[in-house]
Design a protein around this ligand. Structure first.
Ligand code: RI2
Length: 324
């Protein structure tokens, strides 16, 4: 991919490779995607042979767009790039390069400390002996459980498979590493097991200004069933998951993935002429969510807009767009 009207501006192979890994979900999870994309941008800066500041900046914008073209829903990806672009500063290529490297390090440190702080806050919701029902695989959620375990609380887990990619298996494995007893269930059994749950904990790929939570497909029906039983639904989402574009009315695009994740080609052929759809995420309205836990504290979903205004103002920039 080249920037229009420019000669020989190309992205580093490491950026292409990272983009491929994100698109194929070899690298996945909103926080991990953000961290890896930031790292790729740093590699682009480090390897740049640009001789002018203008060319260097063109390379950065092009690299950002290649990374952004991978998965449309997790806002942590554009937010990570925004963070770094806001800190790009200098007259010479060396100064610009250094600002990208420094900005990336600051972003990655912030990401790690945010998750730890969030974990401590989320752990306060958990009591010794609680049973928690989990959907998806979220490192923000697991940080809450890890902090609760460090406080000596005993937690029991019910883990949904989370079809089609069975990310519940990853959650189950990581909960076992925290010495949490795990019962794995198929997604359709969640209603029955909600009777035993004291909380539902889920992650987020994006949180909108009206407090809606965009997360792994199946979150919404789980939250609706939990509301019916008065089981609290807690969303663990560090502030990098808050979508600044929704402050000005933009909608979150829901990623549609390949049908091969849903059904094997042979089975599909056996069945006959059918359509298969595979939305990766759904949107849970704020009325089904009890709390959004961030590193800045716990918020009722309807008030998350105040934190978003404080963090982002009223506008969101697209610094990777081509400059005229
Ligand atoms: P952390 C995942 O998406 C899940 O939907 C999860 O809730 C979310 O990212 C957040 O993950 P995917 O990349 O940042 O597996 O909490 O499609 O790890």
């Amino acid at each position: 991919m080249k920037e229009r009207g420019t000669a020989d501006v190309e992205v580093h192979p490491a950026v292409e490779e990272t983009a491929h890994q994100i698109a194929e979900m070899e690298v996945r999870g909103a926080a991990k995607i953000a961290e890896t994309a930031a790292s790729a941008l740093k590699q682009q800066a480090e390897a740049s042979t640009a001789t002018t500041a203008e060319t260097f900046e063109q390379e950065m914008r092009l690299a950002a767009r290649v990374l952004l073209d991978t998965r449309p829903t997790a806002v942590s990806l554009p937010n990570s790039l925004r963070y770094i672009f806001r800190r790009i500063d200098g007259e010479s290529v060396d100064e610009l390069r250094e600002s990208v490297i420094t900005g990336t390090r600051a972003f990655q440190n912030q990401l790690a400390s945010a998750q730890e702080e969030l974990g401590g806050i989320g752990a306060n919701r958990l009591q010794d002996g609680d049973t928690v029902l989990f959907h998806c695989h979220s490192t923000d959620v697991l940080s809450c459980v890890a902090a609760a375990r460090e406080q000596g609380k005993s937690i029991r887990a019910i883990v949904k498979e989370t079809r089609p990619r069975n990310q519940g298996y990853i959650t189950a494995r990581e909960l076992r590493e925290l010495d949490v007893p795990v019962t794995l269930i198929v997604d359709g059994a969640a209603g029955r097991y909600l009777e035993e749950a004291d909380h539902v904990f889920v992650g987020a790929d994006s949180v909108t200004a009206d407090g809606a939570v965009v997360n792994k497909i199946g979150t919404r029906p789980l939250a609706v069933s939990a509301r019916e039983r008065d089981t609290p639904v807690v969303v663990a989402a560090q502030t990098v998951k808050l979508d600044p574009t929704t402050l000005s009315g933009h909608a979150v695009e829901i990623e549609m993935r390949e049908e091969s994740e849903v059904i094997a080609a042979d089975d599909r052929e056996d069945i006959g002429d059918i359509a298969v759809e595979n939305p990766a995420f759904d949107v849970t309205p704020p009325r089904y969510v009890d709390a959004i836990v961030t590193e800045r504290g716990q918020f009722p979903p309807e008030s998350i807009v105040f934190l978003m205004r404080e963090l982002f103002g009223t506008q969101s920039d697209q610094p990777w767009e081509q400059q005229e």
